[in-house]
Design a binder for this molecule. Structure first.
Ligand code: NAP
Ligand code: G4F
Length: 341
């Protein structure tokens, strides 16, 4: 009999790629979505899997709803990907973020404990939990120092996952995933914002791009590979937590330069701080400027992961390079924007 998986956050980037992976593996997939005026399943449609999912309304703020869903659908595995996932917004909506991103997973854990403790649980934890990191690269033993309401909420959920595993024997894993991107990434995140803007500049639809901290460094990987690691975590003999990362770190500035290089433009930087500009070396036109409105009250300066444990125990390793990832994203954006999609 095929396994049953319940995925929260089905409409998001990872929800789409994970659904596709699980369907290919023969799973019955229940897609938990929060009710809005429109069920936005564009990512699932893009991957050609929208019609193969059974949609279930699940609100992470509502315990009774989660409990009934777990009881009714009897999943073998629950992947909790649902969250208020945008770090910048968490400074504006800290209480909401704490509730959805922090308490949401606890509600799911409680439902599992109550209904069927044999259900396997995955929690989408984040490298943001390392924050002002005590060491580089970061691994499963690196101390946490969260720098945003989002990261603090994720840390609460991380420790709850560990606690329910240790207290009640649940098969519960926390995947500490570093930034992972794709053509399906939300437009508010810096990578997609850059690649989409670069495509629009190339097509004459936009003149320039405004960004925040150009010096922040992230470990950016390719989302379709990261959902494989997520699935692998729930297939082991024993539940454990894993860092998933590429082991490379790059600045936002490098991301900008490489993205423009994809359309044959070389960027020359001048000025400092909020006066800094990135100009087209050939034409002198300003293509990049800094707007302090994109600065965060507290920043995470550098993230770089060490995924040795996942390599050894899950036999997972990243494949797509930083340059390849940017190439995939810019090409996709050029393609869909030029077709008016
Ligand atoms: P995403 O594209 O922003 O998707 C987030 C999902 O959560 C969406 O489906 C969203 O539904 C859903 N959601 C939000 N609030 C909800 C609520 N109150 N009840 C139920 N569902 C709710 O995020 P992602 O990039 O796929 O990331 C998946 C998970 O991994 C998130 O938990 C994120 O925090 C975590 N994570 C991501 C990364 C990364 O680099 N992508 C790295 C580490 C951890 P709507 O479509 O209705 O908004
Ligand atoms: O793309 P970002 O918004 O991603 P961030 O904050 O690293 O969070 C993402 O990755 C986490 C994993 O580490 C996930 F848990 C989380 O859910 C999310 O998926 O920002 C990346 C960096 C930041 O340092 C930010 O200050 O880019 C900098 N940045 C500079 N200009 C900008 C901008 N970020 C955004 N979103 N927009 C800008 O204009």
């Amino acid at each position: 009999m095929s396994k049953k998986a319940l995925i929260t956050g089905i409409t998001g980037q990872d929800g789409a790629y994970l659904s596709k992976l699980l369907l290919e593996k023969g799973y019955k997939v229940y897609g938990a979505f929060r009710r809005t005026s429109d069920l936005h399943i564009n990512r699932l449609k893009f991957l050609g899997v929208a019609d193969d999912i059974e949609y279930v309304p699940v609100e992470l703020l509502e315990f009774t709803n989660i409990h009934r869903t777990v009881e009714k659908y009897e999943p073998d595995e629950i992947y909790n990907l649902g969250a208020q996932s945008f770090v910048a917004l968490s400074f504006e909506q800290p209480v909401f973020t704490a509730d959805v991103t922090g308490l949401g997973p606890l509600r799911v854990l409680e439902a599992i404990k109550d209904v069927n403790p044999a259900i396997r649980f995955y929690q989408a934890s984040s490298s943001e939990m390392f924050g002002k990191a005590a060491e580089t690269p970061q691994n499963e033993k690196t101390p946490f120092y969260p720098r945003s309401p989002y990261a603090i909420a994720k840390l609460f959920a991380h420790w709850m996952t560990v606690n329910y595993r240790e207290s009640y024997g649940l098969y519960a894993c926390s995947g500490i995933l570093f930034n992972h991107e794709s053509p399906l990434r939300g437009v508010e995140f810096v990578t997609k914002k850059i690649t989409q803007s670069v495509a629009r500049v190339k097509l004459g639809l936009q003149k320039s791009i405004s960004l925040g901290n150009l010096d922040a460094r992230r470990d950016w990987g390719y989302a379709p590979e990261y959902v494989e690691a997520i699935w692998l975590m729930l297939q082991q003999k024993n539940p454990r937590d894993y860092v998933i990362a590429t082991g490379e770190t790059h600045s936002v500035r490098e991301f900008v330069e490489k993205s423009f290089a994809e359309i044959g433009v070389r960027i020359k930087w001048s000025g400092k701080g909020v006066k800094e500009k990135g100009v087209d070396k050939a034409t002198g036109k300003t293509l990049v400027s800094v707007n302090p409105k994109f600065f965060r009250p507290a920043e995470v300066d550098i993230l770089k992961g060490d995924c040795s444990k996942a390599k050894k125990e899950l036999r997972w390793s990243p494949k797509t390079s930083f340059g390849e990832l940017i190439g995939i994203m810019v090409k996709h954006d050029l393609d869909v924007i030029s077709k008016g999609l």
